[in-house]
Write a protein that binds this ligand. Sequence first.
Ligand code: FES
Ligand SMILES: [Fe+2]
Length: 417
Amino acid sequence: MLTAARNEMLTRVGPGTPMGELLRRYWQPIAGASELDGNPIKTVRLMGEDLVLYRDRGGRYGLIDRHCPHRRADMAYGWVEDTGIRCSYHGWLVDQTGRCLEQPYEDTTSPKPSKAGCETKAYPVKECAGLLFAYLGPLPAPELPVWEPFTWRNGFREIVLADVPCNWFQCQENSIDPVHFEWMHDNWGARMRGADANVAPKHLKLKFEAFDHGFVYKRVREGQSEEDRYWTVGRVALWPNGFYLGSHFEWRVPVDDENTLSVAWFFVRVPKGREPYVQERVPTWVSPLQDETGRFITSHVINQDIVAWAGQGRIADRTKEHLRSSDIGITMMRGRFFAELEAMAAGKEPGGIIRSANEAQCIALPNMARELNIDGLTLAEFDKDPILRQRLKEFRHHYGQPAEVRREFVEAMGISG
Ligand code: FES
Ligand SMILES: [Fe+2]
């Protein structure tokens, strides 16, 4: 249980709030690069700030104030040129650093007008593994962490986004919540398929460990032992707002205090014999969350998670909860946030930020599926693994995979549709 004031500290993300300032110190995934292939301009709202993301014709990414520095028109209705984005109201041209490059009428009437003071808010953007990451904190920006899976080759990657109607922190608490798998995914899944009993193997033992880039949780369930990778390796609640499960990442990116952009990045190694496989473009798609009646879709794993997150309310009221031993990881995570917030208030840099380019190049995380994803398996071996067999059949993580993404996947894997 937390006091209302402590709950506010964890959940408020606007500019100037303690948590908002903390999260701004980390690169945040905000979109898939392929989203800009059709329309090169996308509106985004991040931690309460309205912005536009764009790729100019020179290939540079920009993330700037949604409102034009001239008289505040909506830059999303502008267009991109070789060196920036131009407002459609009076034609001011702005670049990715926020500089105003052209003011057409002023440039005509007084050929060397000063544009000083007309800069707009601008944040750096970097592309990695098909994702676009933005940094909204004080400069100089730290290095963008290149997690090891981003360097894996011969894999099919896809990015799935979802607009989740609740605060980011309850989504992130789900990253350190092993027991929910048994209930939310296994037992509830079985009940929805008509089961009349709780069939899932029970959790028998949990362990949570802290490291620089977050927490690892480990578990033993009925039918497993401490020799199992779920215990010897575990899964990672990635600091500060991610989750890493061996072949995919999820991030919970705050849109504002009451909304979160769920960003998930998936990797499937092509079967042995299909190499070299080079994916030209990482597809990005948006998973719908509700059916036509307004009820949440419950058929897919992350959709089920979202039912839990949004069900806790727009901002979960942590003054009314009852934490127990299954929640030890949650207490550890909150504790680290409070400690980091205090350290930041004392002028220190929060943990897990990387300033060395070398160190950022390929960061290994505890990973239950490394060999599988690097060396690959034959198609026959895929078939022997219940999770991978299922993965080939259909995309179980998010509802709504578009047919063309399925087609690209089928082709990469060399299987029939
Ligand atoms: S408002 Fe954008 S150029 Fe005038
Ligand atoms: Fe889950």
